[in-house]
Design a binder for this molecule. Structure first.
Ligand code: NIG
Ligand code: FE
Length: 410
């Protein structure tokens, strides 16, 4: 049972207060037993019962809760680097999708991959997220879009969860787009999602959440509502890709169905902001997607001023956000969206945990919570995200065990 001593500053990210209140403790100590935090506070107040415990040395560094990437599309076949160049040359995301690229081209490549190949590749991505301080990753299906291929992706996530050490939260995104073979029969595709895919996912307990891409080019509000309510009736918590390319009422739908989160929101309307503010839904900002698609940034200040908790995630996928670097997304939340570093941190920990319905277990450093944290080579949260280095994280601890340790803290 270890105690981490000599912590320069520990940001607990406890819930009280607003987005920027991360409840830091200078000169902290942190004790945990097995996988659970037992005590955190100023080192000079460490209770005597912990004095005989094994000690680890943080070397005066910054300690934050394990980072939570609450929105990724982790398992997919191939890449789309050609589209990256075409967008730079002036094509839009929708132009490329209309020309047979976009999500449809990844669906084709994903369907061709075996479950083992998808598993090995996604495991490799997770293993490169661990050294960044990431301890929990939400993973969406949505590149299968047939019963068998959607289940294949969700089985990959279940195997990744069983493999550890990263905590995995799976989300069913069968309503990502209407696949090519159903283009003229979208009602039949929705029947497949609602009548066959969702019951199979729920029966095998393959996902915790159900997501829908609500957008002119994907699904309407009415279609999204049907899918999300059907998922909810089967015990899957709703999430929405909302108001990404146009203000389509996605945020309002998220509030209406009691979604855990409404994600993207670059084009959210005033009405949408008011609806989210009156709900318990978390807004999730995905600034890498904003940057890669040359979009206007999410109006983070307006959301925060309205009292809406705002998470930050990568949206890692081969199209709009081909990077899994969560600290980079946090830096972009600061520079593009004008969130302070403390606000971005609470967004990638506490509120990200809330966006997954796991706030009682992860997202902050408090007694009773999972012992998930990262040790960063910085003397403050401001310094960490300001002096953006390839990786400031020297140690990652998940469920009480060091899963990355590059500076010999233990
Ligand atoms: O979150 N917006 C919809 N889905 C993804 C992009 C998927 C893709 O381009 O492959 C997103 O941005
Ligand atoms: Fe996404």
């Amino acid at each position: 049972m270890p105690v981490l001593l000599n912590i320069g500053t520990l940001a607990t990210c406890r819930a009280p207060g607003g987005q920027g209140e991360i409840h830091s403790i200078p000169g902290a100590a942190l004790a945990w037993g097995a996988d659970t935090v037992r005590w955190v506070g100023p080192e000079n107040e460490l209770p005597s019962e912990f004095h005989s415990w094994e000690t680890w040395d943080a070397g005066g560094r910054l300690v934050v809760p394990g980072l939570i990437d609450c929105h990724t599309h982790l398992a997919f076949g191939g890449w789309r680097a050609d589209e990256f160049e075409q967008r730079i040359l002036g094509q839009s995301y929708l132009d490329l999708a209309g020309a047979g690229g976009g999500i449809a081209s990844t669906v084709e490549k994903t369907r061709r991959q075996s479950e083992d190949d998808l598993f090995n590749r996604a495991a490799g991505f997770l293993d490169r997220m661990t050294p960044l301080g990431v301890t929990t990753v939400e993973c969406k299906s949505g590149y299968g879009l047939s019963l068998e291929s959607e289940l294949k992706l969700l089985r990959v996530y279940r195997r990744l969860a069983d493999r550890g050490p990263t905590r995995i939260v799976s989300t069913f995104l069968g309503a990502h787009m209407v696949p090519a073979e159903y283009r003229e029969r979208r009602a039949a595709y929705l029947d497949l999602v609602i009548g066959e895919m969702l019951p199979a996912v729920a029966r095998d307990k393959l996902a915790r959440c159900c997501d829908v891409f609500v957008e002119e080019s994907a699904f309407s509000i009415e279609e999204g509502r049907r899918v999300l309510l059907a998922g909810k009736a089967l015990g899957l918590a709703p999430k929405i890709h909302a108001d990404q390319l146009t203000a389509g009422g996605g945020a309002e739908l998220a509030a209406e169905v009691g979604a855990l989160s409404a994600d993207h929101l670059e084009c959210i309307s005033e009405v949408g902001i008011r609806a989210l503010a009156a709900s318990s839904t978390v807004a999730v900002s995905l600034p890498l997607a904003t940057l890669y698609l040359h979009h206007q940034p999410l109006p983070a200040r307006r959301l925060i001023e309205a009292g809406i908790p705002l998470a930050v995630a990568t949206d890692f996928n081969p199209g709009s956000a081909p990077s899994f670097h969560l600290p980079l997304a946090m830096m972009l939340a600061c520079t593009l969206q004008r969130m302070t570093p403390a606000e971005a941190l609470k967004g990638a920990t506490r509120y990200a945990g809330r966006a997954l319905g796991l706030e009682d277990r992860i997202g902050s450093i408090e007694p009773g919570k999972s012992a998930d944290f990262a040790v960063l080579d910085a003397d403050s949260v401001n310094q960490w995200l300001y002096h953006f280095s390839p990786n400031a994280c020297v140690a990652t601890v998940a469920r009480g065990a060091a899963i990355w340790n590059s500076a010999g803290i233990c």
